[in-house]
Design a protein around this ligand. Structure first.
Ligand code: URA
Length: 249
């Protein structure tokens, strides 16, 4: 990808390694390599996109924007300032938080599964916007048996107390006596739990297995994040089916 050259200090700052001054110090202290060799000077020109560098021995490739997906474990809050549990940001490199990544929507602390983060404001807005109707696929374990009845209720529509009219799932199917797969295109507060409660049952466990065309596969351990490459990002809201590539971090 073509990319205009910028100073190494600016590159490091944009990639989340601190203020420009702190990044200059990193270079002067000999803690940075670029394209395989020790960085000579913070004013050295490098490509903004695709430069291979290390800071304190950790390898990176520069990206103008970051889009990542995390398999969120249960027990982490999707917040920078968690109240009662650890923050999901503790599972991600500090440099990502410093460059301002934000979650695309939320998952509850007791929900596991796929959640995206990006520092690209317009992308964040478009993926989170109800107008774009990105499909989110959840698997809910129910407190009581009766998955068929819950799926039927969600397919025909349930009334939530603060909504003007009934809300339907884009799709719902029973996976077992007390397990349901639910597809939603909105992202209202506690939506799955409230819809299941409105259908007369309770959610005992919740997992998000897909966001748009991106699936959590079996080989993606809880707590691990991956980069989404451009092609995967473009397909996210395109309603494309099938697996998308996410590069292991
Ligand atoms: N709906 C919920 O109730 N909780 C989540 O975490 C996600 C969707």
């Amino acid at each position: 990808m073509s990319s205009r050259p910028i100073g190494l200090d600016v590159l490091l700052q944009r990639q989340g390694f601190g203020t420009r001054r702190a990044c200059r110090v990193l270079v002067f202290e000999g803690r940075v390599t670029v394209n395989g060799g020790m960085a000579a000077h913070p004013d050295e020109e490098v490509a903004e996109e695709g430069t291979a560098f290390t800071v304190d021995g950790e390898a990176w490739v520069s990206r103008k924007r970051v889009v990542i997906a995390l398999h969120k474990p249960v027990g982490y809050e999707v917040s920078r300032k968690p109240q009662h549990h650890q923050s999901v940001f503790s599972l991600l490199p500090t440099s990502f938080a410093l460059r301002g990544i934000q979650p695309v929507g939320r998952l509850d602390t007791d929900t596991s599964g796929l959640i995206l983060f990006t520092d690209d404001g317009p992308l964040l807005h478009s993926l989170a916007s109800p107008r774009h109707s990105v499909r989110k696929v959840y698997v809910a374990d129910l407190q009581e048996v009766g998955a068929e009845a819950v799926a039927a209720a969600l397919n025909s529509g349930v009334q939530l107390h603060d909504e003007p009219g009934p809300i339907q799932a884009a799709d719902a199917e029973a996976l077992g006596p007390s397990r349901v797969r639910i597809v939603l295109t909105e992202g209202k507060y506690h939506q799955v739990k409230r819809m299941v409660a409105a259908a007369g049952n309770r959610v005992a466990g919740l997992h998000r297995e897909a966001f748009g065309a991106l699936q959590l596969d079996a080989g993606w351990p809880a707590g691990e994040w991956r980069y989404l490459e451009e092609e995967a990002v473009a397909a996210l809201s395109g309603g494309q089916k099938g697996e998308l590539r996410a590069s292991p971090s």
